[in-house]
Design a protein around this ligand. Structure first.
Ligand SMILES: NC(=O)c1ccc[n+]([C@@H]2O[C@H](COP(=O)([O-])OP(=O)(O)OC[C@H]3O[C@@H](n4cnc5c(N)ncnc54)[C@H](OP(=O)(O)O)[C@@H]3O)[C@@H](O)[C@H]2O)c1
Length: 346
């Protein structure tokens, strides 16, 4: 394990510096993960090296851990095993070194964003995927913001064209993306209906949902209500079911949902929606989140203003990160879980 700030004093090119990290040398569930001592990564020209204070997890990290759907492997993440043995995307920490082409950050800056292997004491990240940490947020809060927060922001505003006073339905409101979506929609003045399971209804009400639907007890299509905007994040409902509760000129944004087939993950549902959209009155949209600092900066403004607060519901040490991922995969987790790495994370 390296001492705190060791890189500031010894230099990033110093060979042999080691750190604690979660590693995986095969695709699998959380039992494929273990803690190990590995070399501190070196930032490339446009990258930043971060002393990680806290890291976040999300379903994307689970997909990269399992190598499922197989489409992921074809996209270059490693055919037989992960090319990047250290998992983890969401990060918050201190910049300790920068590559020669980095212009926006310097050692000592507090940042959050999306890294390449954040479940470790140190992680590299492209400068373009980092923003300054809002001063009022703890590292723990900032560490769970980027992946889910910018997805919700883009889905509601850039893709969904959310307007105040709209009736918004969030399917999968109690998870990572949903916990941001409910807050973002409510803070824009929308009337939010949140779909979640029984034990998480109170949680989504606390995020700002006016109405809740317990999907384990009630069919959300069994209503006269019609929504102006539906954000589909969980449950993989059919287009027909989702459209049945959409207002005549309403918008459906399909973000994702677990449980699709092993090869494509069921991306066909998203593509099908986009292809059908020109022929119907509903606007049917799919989306792939753009990982760029401009979105993180927009989110940072909202978080700094107190309009959105990262919903940290679970805290784990680095060594317990596999358990955090297991709980996320099993559906036990709600909101966001944070992996506390540094001593100054909160
Ligand atoms: N398109 C993109 O760019 C993009 C970006 C980020 C994420 N995603 C995808 O979006 C999805 C959600 O991500 P996440 O991080 O928010 O996941 P998450 O934290 O695991 O949340 C999943 C949500 O789905 C809900 N859910 C599960 N089964 C359901 C059902 N039958 N009906 C209604 N809701 C149900 C869960 O509710 P309960 O917990 O209450 O059961 C929970 O609220 C994932 O598939 C992820 O891969 C896509």
């Amino acid at each position: 394990m390296v001492a705190n700030n060791a890189l500031e004093t010894t230099g990033v090119t110093e060979p042999g510096l080691m750190m604690d990290a979660i590693v995986q040398h095969r695709y699998g569930n959380s039992d494929a993960l273990e803690i190990a001592s590995v070399p501190v990564p070196k930032p490339r020209a446009s990258q930043v090296l971060i002393e990680v204070q806290a890291a976040g997890i999300d379903q994307g990290t689970c997909h990269l851990m399992t190598g499922l759907p197989y489409l992921i492997r074809l996209l270059g993440y490693g055919f037989r095993r992960p090319k990047q043995p250290v998992p983890g995307l969401d990060v918050a920490g201190w910049v300790v070194a920068v590559g020669p082409k980095v212009t926006r950050f310097a050692p000592g800056d507090a940042v959050f964003g999306i890294a390449d292997g954040s479940l470790a004491q140190y992680a590299v990240a492209d400068e373009s995927k980092l923003a300054g940490k809002p001063p009022s947020l703890t590292f723990e809060q900032a560490a769970v913001a980027a992946v889910s927060g910018i997805t919700a922001l883009q889905a509601l505003t850039d893709v969904g064209d959310l307007e105040a006073d709209q009736r918004v339905l969030v399917v999968g409101a109690s998870g990572g993306v949903g916990s941001y979506a409910v807050q973002l929609a409510a803070t824009q003045g929308a009337e939010v209906t949140a779909i979640a399971s029984t034990s998480k209804l109170e949680f989504v009400r606390g995020l700002g949902a006016t109405h809740t639907v317990d999907y384990t007890q009630q069919d959300f299509t069994d209503t006269d209500e019609r929504y102006d905007l539906i954000l589909d994040v969980g449950g993989r409902n059919s287009l027909r079911r989702l459209r049945s509760v959409l207002a005549p000129r309403g918008t459906l944004v399909i973000v994702g949902g677990e449980g699709g087939n092993k090869i494509t993950g069921g991306i066909g549902r998203q593509i099908g929606a986009a292809l059908r959209s020109p022929f119907v009155k509903h606007r049917l949209r799919m989306m792939v989140s753009k990982e760029h600092h401009t979105f993180m900066e927009r989110l940072a403004v909202l978080m700094e203003a107190g309009d959105v607060t990262p919903a940290v519901q679970g805290r784990f040490s680095l060594v317990d990160a596999p358990e955090a991922l297991r709980q996320l995969q099993s559906g036990e987790a709600s909101g966001k879980s944070v992996i506390v790495v540094g001593a100054k994370a909160n």
